[in-house]
Write a protein that binds this ligand. Structure first.
Ligand SMILES: *[C@@H]1O[C@H](CO)[C@@H](O)[C@H](O)[C@H]1NC(C)=O
Ligand SMILES: *[C@@H]1O[C@H](CO)[C@@H](O)[C@H](O)[C@H]1NC(C)=O
Ligand SMILES: *[C@@H]1O[C@H](CO)[C@@H](O)[C@H](O)[C@H]1NC(C)=O
Ligand SMILES: *[C@@H]1O[C@H](CO)[C@@H](O)[C@H](O)[C@H]1NC(C)=O
Ligand SMILES: [Zn+2]
Length: 479
């Protein structure tokens, strides 16, 4: 017996269009004042357990900058009975109260699931003044950043010599966008074998949430507890400064913690030194709060090219993006854009429906882009997307687990370097040099293949093993 939820919006959804995707500020800065009048929505369960939700969203106080968002039909197999109505998940939604953490992590606690992990530091000792300003690209002249720059230079990983992109995406950088030697994922979806973009096993979902910790993360955590699911959280260093206890709670609850930069900038637009500062400060603040350092990173917006890849790998971070099945379709729910009024909740659930059918049809598992930054993104995840995913029998795990690795293998200090050699160790055998035209020349050492063969059964290592097998046609790039 399947429950069916169909959502029909009789009226056009009209919400104010925010001028840009404001991705940096904490949720309460970004959230608009409530101006949306919502018609009551009705939820009716019929005898056949079909659930029908009809919601309508009335126009906001229209301005000349308003836009009409198209609405979409979708069906869900299951929803959370306590979900907020879809008609309330809109730009400018009234702020819902945040729920407190179920337990404040005690300093000195040890995550029992993670052998070898040090006791939890006391978050009260965290001094924001010891870190760069929040939500800005960190300066590069500090002793810490200078040390990380030296470490990257000494890593043996050569950084491609091409210059940073300018802001404005593909159209503002036509040459870079069409240069296969840069392998710029954001424009065209190019990946290297070292990129993690899915899970190897059919029907397995490597669950991820980005941009937190934030005000409504606690609500997501308690739902995940309730349904006994674990996730990967790609956290922004600046948000860790603001919510260290939430980060500790995620970690103690057996979620995987991963790096999502310090200021959430477009990494390909930054200099090498700035990228090093973004990743270095993020690693440091996470280690200062948890006692361990993640070994995977997600580039904000998927803005990664070979220069960003090389720097990440040199800093011990394996890039993780999300699944892309065609030039026009990536597994991005679009949830981020509800808050800004750029997409409707029906649009997100329509995207979700396309994702699950494409995910079910493919041989391998998958990774989806979702966020815990906004009230709306948490409400749609806990109320609709996760219950529906569970009903579809997806096997939902953190990324490290879907790759067949242990939780220890998610952190630099605890990783079993023999069975799961960090890319830097393998890449260290390889020298990359920039040609004058900006391409990469590879000279492969001998240890790379043997190092990766030793552990080819493991996820990350498997990616490395195939990396050495396949050169991209004509370009001599090892990634
Ligand atoms: C519409 O948006 C543009 C750009 O964001 C702004 O310059 C303009 O003042 C806005 N107009 C109104 C009526 O709000
Ligand atoms: C729209 O909002 C403005 C400013 O908030 C207010 O002055 C105006 O009366 C509103 N118009 C309507 C039709 O509600
Ligand atoms: C996969 O997603 C695309 C849109 O991204 C959609 O057009 C297509 O129908 C989906 N495929 C399946 C099998 O659902
Ligand atoms: C793996 O190597 C890292 C340095 O890259 C080190 O900090 C860590 O302790 C090593 N792991 C183990 C289990 O020794
Ligand atoms: Zn992000």
């Amino acid at each position: 017996m399947r429950s069916l939820l169909s959502f029909l919006v009789p009226l056009l959804t009209l919400v104010s269009l925010s001028s840009a995707r404001v991705h940096r500020a904490p949720a309460h800065h970004v959230r608009q004042l409530a101006t949306t009048a919502s018609a009551p929505s009705s939820v009716a369960a019929t005898a056949s357990t079909t659930v029908t939700v009809s919601g309508s969203v009335l126009p906001t106080n229209a301005t000349s900058n308003s836009t009409i968002l198209p609405t979409f039909a979708f069906t869900l197999q299951s929803t959370n009975p306590t979900a907020v109505p879809l008609s309330s998940i809109v730009a400018g939604a009234t702020s819902a109260p945040t729920s407190p953490l179920s337990a404040i992590p005690a300093p000195g606690s040890v995550p029992t699931y993670l052998p070898g992990a040090p006791p939890l530091p006391d978050p009260n000792t965290l001094r924001p003044a010891d870190y760069p300003p929040l939500d800005k690209v960190p300066p590069i002249d500090s002793p810490q950043v200078q040390q990380w720059i030296a470490d990257v230079k000494n890593s043996g990983v050569a950084i491609p010599g091409f210059s940073p992109n300018v802001l404005g995406g593909c159209s503002a950088n036509p040459q870079a966008a069409s240069d296969p030697n840069r392998c710029w994922w954001y424009c065209g979806g190019c990946t290297r074998k070292t990129d993690i973009t899915d899970c190897p096993t059919h029907m397995e979902w490597g669950l991820t949430y980005d941009d937190g910790p934030a005000y409504h993360t606690t609500q997501l955590l308690s739902y995940l507890d309730q349904v006994q699911l674990k996730s990967t959280f790609f956290v922004v260093g600046s948000r860790v400064i603001s919510f260290p206890s939430i980060l500790q709670a995620e970690y103690l609850d057996q979620h995987q913690i991963a790096v999502h930069t310090w200021s959430h900038s477009y990494l390909t637009t930054l200099t090498n030194e700035q990228i090093i500062a973004e990743l270095g400060w993020s690693k440091k603040v996470i280690k200062d709060v948890l006692g361990v350092t993640p070994n995977i990173m997600r580039p904000p917006y998927g803005d990664i090219d070979d220069r960003v890849r090389a720097i990440s790998i040199a800093m011990g971070l394996t890039p993780v993006i999300w699944t892309r099945i065609s030039p026009t379709a990536t597994f991005d729910t679009g949830d981020f854009n509800i808050n800004g009024g750029l997409v409707s909740v029906s649009g997100v659930l329509y995207n979700w429906e396309n994702i699950i059918s494409n995910a079910t049809a493919r041989d391998r598992g998958f990774i989806v882009l979702e966020h815990d930054l906004f009230q709306q993104t948490v409400e749609i995840a806990t109320g609709y997307i996760l219950p529906d995913a569970i009903a579809h029998n997806f096997v939902i795990k953190p990324v490290v687990s879907c790759l067949g690795l242990t939780y220890q293998d998610a952190y630099i200090e605890l990783n079993d370097n023999k069975t799961n050699p960090p890319l830097i160790e393998v890449s260290g055998a390889v020298s990359l040099t920039a040609t004058p035209s900006g391409g990469l020349i590879q000279s492969t050492g001998t240890s790379g293949n043997s190092a990766s063969k030793k552990s080819a059964s493991n996820g990350l290592a498997l990616a490395v093993a195939t990396a050495f097998g396949g050169l991209v046609a004509g370009s001599m790039i090892i990634f």
